[in-house]
Design a protein around this ligand. Structure first.
Ligand code: NAD
Length: 330
């Protein structure tokens, strides 16, 4: 068996090499992304392992089929950039890595909230101008906050534990209740309850048509003045123009965004001094009380190692058995 890995970053190489020698399976690595133009490099390989924000086009899937490659293992969880119906119709099996380190995203969520509460960006800007005064930029304490966690899956539950460790009051909302969270009595009945009671709201749900723009004008209007918003889930969960209005009015006191509506315009590229053609990004980026990070919540050594190992195991399993534990089906 031979595997080719696309979009392999420098930090992934050591984990790929370790897996390859442990399993006695050759893995060719390329930094190029998987596209209709680059897929020819996979000729003669039994499976492809890939990770990218860029869409896996229908043309690419057709070329994979023509090359006789029907095993595609993604190194991440999201499959929103691949037409699964098309893949299935061509007999291409797709796997993902549903869980690689919920703690990575949960810890990042709390880190960003702490920075908002302690006004880190504002202090850093003042410090860069050698202004070392502290008053009147007074901070807030996490133990005094009511944190509304929307989505109590792997990441939401991990974040809840950390928030509780800091002494915060946690309330939670999820379309499907988790027994552990229910036994603690954390669930409220509706999203409105979260909006009305929370002083911090953090999103940990997937993007579906029904969750797109979950935080819109109507939602922000129901919230407490000065509420802090954290989004390390998916950009389109928040209507960015409504967020900008809510920041202007003081309804929202600060926001930490690891994901954005049009993030592929900006994230994961070195734009140097180029003008950024994304008005909402430019508006939010300038604000002292908005933290933007380029979809890096997941990016830890543990998470990357798991993404590499689990995806390669999935690809091996597809080759050996025709199916895999992490098969994604439409
Ligand atoms: P998960 O599947 O374990 O949990 C998702 C939870 O959302 C589930 O409990 C589900 O019941 C709930 N849910 C689904 N639809 C809902 C709705 N309409 N209303 C309320 N609750 C709903 O997923 P996870 O591993 O905890 O990941 C959560 C999200 O985090 C992912 O979907 C992904 O978008 C995002 N994520 C971001 C990064 C990053 O680097 N920023 C990394 C991984 C995942």
């Amino acid at each position: 068996m031979k595997i080719i890995g696309y979009g392999i970053r420098q930090d992934e190489r050591q984990f790929v090499e370790q897996w390859s020698s442990q399993n006695g399976i050759g893995v060719k690595m390329t930094a190029e992304l998987l596209t209709a133009e680059t897929v020819d490099q996979a000729s003669g390989y039994d499976g492809i392992v890939a990770f990218q924000q860029l869409a896996y086009s229908d043309e690419l899937l057709e070329k994979m089929d023509q090359l006789g490659i029907h095993n595609l293992s993604l190194r991440n969880v999201g499959v929103d950039n691949i037409n699964l119906e098309k893949a299935t119709s061509l007999g291409i099996k797709v796997t993902n890595v549903p869980v690689y380190s919920p703690e990575a995203i949960a810890e990042f969520t709390v880190t960003q909230l702490m920075q908002l509460l302690r006004r880190s960006k504002e202090y850093a800007r003042k410090f860069s101008n050698h202004d070392f005064r502290w008053a009147p930029q007074i901070s807030k304490e996490l133990n005094q906050q009511t944190v509304g966690v929307i989505g109590t899956g792997h990441i939401g539950r991990s974040a809840i534990k950390i928030f509780q460790g800091f002494g915060a009051k946690v309330i939670a909302y999820d379309a499907f209740h988790n027994k552990e969270i229910e036994s603690q009595g954390l669930y409220v009945d509706s999203l409105s309850d979260i909006y009305k009671q929370a002083t911090v709201i953090t999103l940990h749900i997937p993007l579906f048509p029904e969750t797109e723009h979950m935080l819109d004008r109507e939602a922000f209007n129901q919230m407490n003045d000065g509420v802090f918003i954290i989004n390390a889930a998916r950009g389109p969960l928040i209507d960015e123009s409504a967020l900008i209005e809510a920041l202007d009015s003081g309804k929202v006191g600060g926001a930490a965004l690891d994901v954005m509506e049009d993030e592929t315009k900006v994230f994961n590229q070195d734009l140097g001094k180029q003008e950024i053609n994304y008005p909402a990004f430019n508006n939010l980026f300038e604000r002292d009380n908005v933290l933007i990070s380029p979809h890096t919540a997941f990016y830890t050594d543990v998470a990357v190692k798991n993404m590499v190992n689990i995806s390669l195991n999935n690809n091996k399993q597809l080759f050996e058995t025709g199916t895999a534990d992490n098969l994604v089906e439409k």
